[in-house]
Design a protein around this ligand. Sequence first.
Ligand SMILES: [Zn+2]
Length: 456
Amino acid sequence: MDWPDGRGDPGPALAGGSSKKLQGIVERVQADRFLVDSSWVVPASGALFTGKARQVGRIKTGYWAEVDGKWREGGIFRADRIKTDEDYPGHTFQGQLKSQGLQEADKIGKGKQAYTHPEVVAYVSNIGMSVVPEWAKSQFKFQFGVIRDPTLNAFALPDGSIFVHTGLLARVENDSQLAAILGHEATHVTQRHGARGYKKQLTTFLPAMIGAEIVGTAVGDDKNSFVKAATALGLNLTLSAAVNGYGRSQEDQADRVGMRYMVEAGYDPTPAPRVWDIFNETYGDQSKVENFFYGNHSTNAARKKNQQEEIRRHYSDPAALKITRPVNEEGYQKAMLPLTRDNSMLDFEAKRYPLAKAGFERVLRHLPEDPASLTYLGRIARLSSDQPGRFPEAEERFRKAIQSDPRYPDAHRELGRLLASQKKRSEAKAQLKQYLDLAPVDAPDRRDVRAELAKL
Ligand SMILES: [Zn+2]
């Protein structure tokens, strides 16, 4: 995007514009303006400077700034008061949080929940690195990983390690939406949200969380499910407080600044607000805390509205946007096919059948004969049939799977079971025997299938 390079007074106040305070890390400085919290700030004539820098020319990238003022046309923020500091709140914790973050990232990366499909991880990592601003690459060691978990979540550790759940990647629709999510997470790192909130967490969240862990039973309720998730990952609780304790204002800032990162990387921001619809379609606009990203912060509807507002304020001029990266729905979904299939199996195991169904259907849109997806869709059809004994859709799916790959064992097993339930004994026997011929020797349900055969 081309940044306006006008000089002097940025023009009249927007109608109805009220005074605001912006605060955050200074990300860029030009002759008469600097970038804070996704807005270019220009001092009003006679603006009061306090703190480290007494004029814009003295402000440096990485400074902490707090400004009071109003937005003008073109999304320029005209400041009456500008306070700057070399250090940001909580900066004394940053070193400790960074090294803890690195240790935890290492544990997660080596843990059994890591999803390591190389092409999928490379795809996520490429988009992630593309949205990280240049200035931040020398200050943090950004790295991107995927976690095998069907819930919709993403989180960032203070060292620059960012993780996305398979559940989120399987439902995101295109590169732009993933860029928006990773931009959001990168902002938690660049704005040092962990350190800024750390002191507060030490006194409020942490004792409650440690208490919850000791009490044990309290961990299961919604309020503490982020503790459960962090514990499941083996996250150090001190750090999980830093990771999860972001309040609403920091989440909203991550949405704003993350959008600027994606736009500067050449992505079209238009598809970004739809991410919130995806959350709603999956969970509903409720306060349920299933994860950190979607967590107990501003609601989906409000966050969607905020993002639409950001587009209006800063990115509404199509001529000023330099979109160099296409939305790329087709390419994204194709790259995520193995992950979408694997994640749908996790949804199936968790009995989240409508979500599993939607995932397998997405795979079939790109690979119409995928035997595993056909077989799972058959199982879901059978489980959700309200006519006992009649499963025409399930049978059709299993037969299509067998037709597509006669050597895929699970389709034979499922068809055999379905036929057995309809007392079609000889056909059922033939299918179950086929399964035993084709399945790996250590397949966990071999014993069950042998027992089922013996009863026929
Ligand atoms: Zn967040």
